[in-house]
Ligand binder design. Structure first.
Ligand SMILES: Nc1nc(=O)c2c([nH]1)NC[C@@H]1CN(c3ccc(C(=O)N[C@@H](CCC(=O)O)C(=O)O)cc3)CN21
Ligand SMILES: O=c1ccn([C@H]2C[C@H](O)[C@@H](COP(=O)(O)O)O2)c(=O)[nH]1
Length: 264
């Protein structure tokens, strides 16, 4: 994960000071890219311990089409709690847009099912896109989508995926986002009978919050270790039928966790 540390270092040393929506203040750089060959290991940070259960459960929750935090809370995942209303609702966020995008003429589009169908039947298609950025629904969302669009690509029997993340909390959010989309690539590849290729992460506003700078500097003193390997223990009958227990990460050895407050 040297790419990640290099990006963190660039934001720290060349970032511009910004006054952001949360009032915390950031250092920010615009337009960055990282590439991870998923055959070389599962891209999870080794320079701080990551809470993988939160990441896996959150992805399964998106894939269920769920937008209420109750299912996450039942599984002891609290990362969305700050944004939910009294009923636990977040509005039409990722799960809704991925699985049930509503069009002006009353149709319901399951973008994930259509994506899988397209990968299987038209692997050379350049239109394998899923968007969470639905301008008509933004006003009703607790938070506008950060990882707002992704595209897949098939070549040589391998599935690659590129994510566009318009706003990237480098210390807290990005390690989650990289691992989450790596897992999504593995799931899509398994469902389509393909091997995994590259995960390409593209970021818009890449920022370090002012109250994450010491934590970032500490992390930059650490050397990354070898990446673990993901094993999917069974092939679920459909992409929304995986469970947390279906995954095993072998050889994940990380340095101690580094705590940081999340900007709301
Ligand atoms: N400012 C901000 N950064 C984000 O990364 C972020 C948001 N807001 N809002 C929506 C989601 C929620 N996500 C989050 C929220 C909290 C953590 C967090 O606190 N992570 C802790 C561990 C917490 C846990 O797993 O229980 C960490 O140290 O990684 C991570 C991602 C990603 N998103
Ligand atoms: O998956 C996610 C979700 C959110 N973030 C971060 C990026 C920003 O720091 C905030 C969102 O604030 P905006 O004002 O809407 O940009 O959350 C992330 O990194 N990853």
């Amino acid at each position: 994960m040297r790419q990640y540390l290099d990006l963190m270092d660039r934001v720290l040393t060349t970032g511009t000071k910004q006054v952001d929506r949360t009032g915390t203040g950031t250092l920010s750089v615009f337009g960055e890219q990282m590439r991870f060959d998923l055959a070389q290991g599962f891209p999870v940070l080794t320079t701080k311990q990551l809470h993988l259960r939160s990441i896996i459960v959150e992805l399964l929750w998106f894939l269920r089409g769920d937008t209420n935090v109750a299912w996450l809370r039942d599984r002891k995942v609290s990362i969305w709690d700050e944004w939910a209303d009294e009923a636990g609702d977040l509005g039409p966020v990722y799960g809704k847009q991925w699985r049930d995008w509503e069009t002006a003429d009353g149709r319901h589009i399951d973008q994930i099912a259509e994506l899988i169908d397209q990968i299987k039947t038209q692997p050379a298609s350049r239109r394998q896109i899923v968007s969470a950025w639905n301008p008509g629904d933004l006003h009703a969302m607790a938070l506008a989508p950060c990882h707002c669009l992704f595209q897949t690509h098939v070549a040589d029997g391998k599935l690659s995926l590129q994510l566009y993340q318009r706003s990237a909390d480098i210390f807290l959010g990005v390690p989650f986002n990289i691992a989450s989309y790596a897992l999504l690539t593995h799931l899509l590849a398994q469902q389509c009978g393909l091997a995994v290729g590259d995960l390409v992460w593209t970021g818009g506003d890449c920022h370090l919050y002012a109250n994450h700078l010491d934590q970032a500097r500490l992390q930059l003193t650490r050397d990354p270790g070898p990446l673990p390997r993901l094993e999917i223990l069974r092939q679920a009958p459909s992409i929304d039928a995986y469970e947390y227990e279906d995954f095993a990460l072998h050889g994940y050895e990380a340095q101690p966790h580094i705590k940081a407050p999340v900007a709301v």
